[in-house]
Design a protein around this ligand. Structure first.
Ligand SMILES: O=C(O)COP(=O)(O)O
Length: 215
């Protein structure tokens, strides 16, 4: 019997590719490098900001020594565009309401910095649905490490086996499997450029409204 659901943010609740793309374009422009196409950035999302910046710099051929100025510029620019170029996916509001109506407690767990995540959920009218919000800077390690899921279960007071992970990528699924949580993946998000149905999961859904049906 499920007690709670832990839901990923980027690629699962909100399509944030436009935000990432705008923030990275601004960051690269400040450093004198060209922007990277959205389709390329999509493959870099999901493993946190450090991975995103390092991969983007390597992609344009910039030296690794630009990582720190890039980090500073990105953290200055991102809050000014957070939510402006992103949309809540169809079915999210209804799906989240259904999970709550089924008696599940909800937490949002993302590799995005916690403050960016809280602000995005507020801007998109989703903050009230989640008892807890944890970002990639909340714990010592990020997904795909199981630690963030185990810590979130501990904060919710639920057992991993009774806590469902809902995500969009192999990163989310690996963390869930290692933590002992069942996992359902949405088919519309960002899976590091790979088909999401290749990933081992308990089910796949085209909309959050179908999550409880596939279990
Ligand atoms: O990598 C990020 O910043 C966000 O990734 P996530 O919301 O899919 O965990």
């Amino acid at each position: 019997m499920l007690q709670a659901a832990i839901i990923d943010l980027d690629g699962t609740l909100v399509d944030t590719l436009g935000d990432f793309s705008a923030a990275l374009a601004g960051t690269l422009a400040e450093l004198g490098w060209p922007a990277v196409p959205k389709e390329t950035i999509e493959g870099f999302i999901g493993k946190g900001t450090e991975h995103l910046l390092r991969t983007t710099l390597a992609h344009v051929g910039a030296p690794a020594s630009l990582y720190e100025p890039a980090w500073d510029a990105y953290h200055r620019i991102y809050p000014t565009i957070n939510g402006r170029h992103s949309q809540v996916y169809p079915g999210v509001a209804e799906g989240v309401a259904q999970l709550r109506a089924a008696g599940l407690r909800l937490a949002c767990l993302t590799n995005k910095p916690t403050e960016f995540a809280r602000e995005l959920l507020r801007a998109k009218g989703l903050a009230g649905a989640f008892e807890l919000v944890f970002g990639g800077d909340a714990f010592e390690r990020k997904k795909p490490d199981p630690l963030p899921l185990l810590k979130t279960c501990a904060a919710l007071g639920t057992l991993p086996a009774q806590t469902l992970m809902v995500g969009d990528s192999s990163n989310d699924a690996a963390a869930a499997r290692a933590a002992g949580c069942p996992v359902v993946l949405v088919t519309y998000g960002y899976n590091h450029g790979r088909p999401v149905r290749e990933v081992d999961a308990n089910g796949y859904v085209d909309s959050l409204v179908d999550v409880l049906k596939v279990l």
